[in-house]
Design a protein around this ligand. Structure first.
Ligand code: NAI
Length: 241
């Protein structure tokens, strides 16, 4: 039976690259998106051209009830996921003294609450399917080292790292691995405003990473070859830290 993977925020950016890579490897895809239906349709077509089956889920990952309903419905129709990639996330950068409560709340509710909202409804069906599995979360260099102007984002990503490690312990005996990818600067809309001068200063490799360089790692972690890797945070950052 084909294994199915849910990837949040997979209509664009890093999530899209992961979905395309996993589809090329033969995984069926549960493609989650939020607002951009045109991008979602385009990505869905590209995935289907790779010959895999694609289901679409649309919800705000900060909305617990909406996430639970959409995920439970998808599982009811298509069966448990083999893998989940918690990729969707936002940043809202500003120096901490100027940070509003809503800038704090929106980032933490989306990124960190997203962990509970998305992964919680998927776990028991994965366990009950008794086929092992893979959970991959997306942190950031900011969640490991902290970054100025990103107190909210760094907090949310550090929280994801802690949650990932704790969940890995609970699921290890079920042959479900739980790991975290921590990207540095990757060429997507999220970092479109960062000038090359700054990249040269903070990235030893003097370039941003490509989305395919994150997708390659996600594909490896999803594979049988990665069955003994769990509770890890793996950085892909051109030597930033
Ligand atoms: P992006 O902005 O291109 O994509 C983010 C995705 O998350 C989009 O598909 C968007 O629809 C989805 N999303 C955002 N808020 C959502 C919500 N409330 N509900 C549902 N979906 C929502 O960004 P990118 O770069 O592809 O980011 C993907 C992940 O990688 C994020 O978690 C981000 O924090 C992380 N990351 C990115 C880095 C970069 O340099 N691009 C560096 C480190 C981490």
């Amino acid at each position: 039976m084909t294994k199915r993977v849910l990837i949040t925020g997979s209509s664009r950016g890093i999530g899209k690259a992961i979905a395309l890579k996993l589809a090329a490897a033969g995984f069926d895809i549960a493609m989650h998106y939020y607002q951009n239906s045109d991008a979602a349709n385009e990505t869905k077509q590209a995935l289907e051209q790779l010959g895999v089956s694609v289901s679409c889920l649309k919800f705000n990952i900060a909305d617990r009830a909406a996430a639970k309903q959409a995920i439970e419905q998808d599982i009811e129709h298509h069966g448990a996921y083999y893998g989940v990639v918690l990729n969707a996330g936002i940043n809202c950068d500003t120096a901490f003294p100027a940070m509003t409560a809503s800038e704090w709340d929106s980032v933490v509710h989306t990124n960190l609450d997203g962990f509970y909202n998305v992964i919680h409804p998927t776990v028991m069906p994965m366990v009950q399917a008794r086929q092992g599995g893979r959970i991959i979360t997306m942190a950031s260099v900011s969640g490991i080292a902290g970054n100025r102007g990103q107190v909210n984002y760094s907090a949310s990503k550090a929280g994801i790292i802690g949650a990932t490690k704790a969940l890995s312990l609970e699921l290890a005996k079920r042959k479900i691995t739980v790991n975290c990818i921590a990207p540095g600067l990757i060429e997507t809309d999220m970092v479109a405003d960062i000038p090359q001068d700054m990249v040269n200063t903070i990235v030893p490799m003097r370039r941003m990473g490509k989305t395919s360089e994150i997708a390659g790692l996600a594909n490896f972690l999803m594979s049988e070859d990665a069955a003994y890797i769990t509770r890890q945070v793996i950085s892909v950052n051109g030597g930033m830290i």
